[in-house]
Design a protein around this ligand. Structure first.
Ligand SMILES: CC(C)(COP(=O)(O)OP(=O)(O)OC[C@H]1O[C@@H](n2cnc3c(N)ncnc32)[C@H](O)[C@@H]1OP(=O)(O)O)[C@@H](O)C(=O)NCCC(=O)NCCS
Length: 211
C-alpha cells in the first residue's frame, strides 16, 4: 500500500470538481482570496502579516509545495474546488477544501476545512465538496472518521455540516486563534458507519436535495 492511498485524486459531482492545485492556479487563488478578505477573515486563523501579503502568489506556491509533500506523506489532501456552472468544461477555481491532520493506526481520522468565494455562496458547492471528500476519505484513503470544527457564530458553515447530517459532538473552548482572539468551536463528526447503508454521503446529499 502506498503512503497515502487515495492521493492524488480528482472528484466530481455535477458542476463541482475537486482536483489537486497546480502552479498555474497561483494568480486566480491569490486574486480570489484577496478580493474575499472581508468574507473569509472572520473565520480563518490570523496571518502573521497583512491579508494582502498572506495571500500572494508566492504564498500560494509555498502552500502548494507543502501540501504536495503532505499529500505524498499521507498527512493531508488539499483540493482546489472548481465550479463548471454551465457544464461546458470550463471550470473556474472558486474555493478550497482540505482533509488535514490525518492520523492513522487506531484513529484513522482527519479534520476538514473549507472556504468558497463569496460570489459563489449559497449554491451548495461546499456541501457537495464535503460529501465528495468524505466518501473519498472513507472509500479510498482508508479513513474512518471525519471531523469539522466550526465557530458557533458561523451559521453558514454550521448549515453545511447540519444539512449533511454530521453529529455535533463537542464544544472546544478557546480552540483556535481567529480574528483577534481564541475562539470556541463546535466539533462535528461523521464515521463510515453513519453513511454505509445509504451508499455514502454524496448519495445522502442527492437524496436530501432531491437530485
Ligand atoms: C461556510 C461556506 C464554506 C459555505 O459554503 P457554500 O458553498 O455557500 O454552502 P451552501 O451553499 O450550502 O450554503 C450554506 C449556508 O450559507 C448561507 N448562505 C447562502 N447564501 C449565502 C450568501 N450569499 N451569503 C452568505 N451566506 C449565505 C445559508 O444559510 C446556507 O444555508 P441554507 O442551505 O440553509 O440556505 C461559505 O459560506 C464560506 O466560505 N464562508 C467563509 C469561510 C468559512 O466560513 N469557512 C468555514 C470555516 S469552518
Amino acid at each position: 500500500m502506498s503512503a497515502h492511498p487515495g492521493w492524488p485524486a480528482v472528484l466530481t459531482d455535477g458542476p463541482v470538481i475537486l482536483r489537486p492545485f497546480r502552479r498555474s492556479d497561483a494568480a486566480a487563488w491569490s486574486q480570489t482570496r484577496r478580493e474575499n478578505q472581508h468574507w473569509l477573515a472572520p473565520w480563518e486563523p490570523i496571518p502573521p502579516c497583512s491579508w494582502y501579503e498572506a495571500n500572494s502568489p508566492a504564498v500560494f506556491r509555498r502552500m502548494l509545495r507543502e501540501s504536495n509533500k503532505a499529500g505524498r506523506q499521507g498527512r493531508s489532501m488539499t483540493f482546489a474546488v472548481c465550479y463548471d456552472e454551465h457544464l461546458t468544461g470550463d471550470a473556474r477555481l472558486v474555493g478550497q477544501i482540505t482533509v488535514g491532520n490525518i492520523v492513522r493506526r487506531a484513529f484513522c481520522s482527519a479534520y476538514v476545512g473549507y472556504w468558497v468565494d463569496g460570489r459563489y455562496a449559497g449554491r451548495g458547492i461546499t456541501p457537495t465538496a464535503l460529501a465528495l471528500v468524505t466518501d473519498h476519505a472513507f472509500n479510498h484513503a482508508g479513513l474512518h472518521r471525519i471531523e469539522v470544527n466550526i465557530r458557533p457564530e458561523n451559521r453558514a458553515s454550521r448549515r453545511v455540516v447540519e444539512k449533511l447530517g454530521f453529529r455535533q459532538e463537542a464544544l472546544h473552548r478557546r480552540y483556535l486563534h481567529i480574528d483577534g482572539d481564541w475562539r470556541d468551536h463546535l466539533g462535528y463528526a461523521l464515521t463510515v458507519e453513519d453513511v454505509q447503508e445509504e451508499g455514502g454521503l454524496v448519495a445522502r446529499w442527492h437524496r436530501i436535495r432531491g437530485s
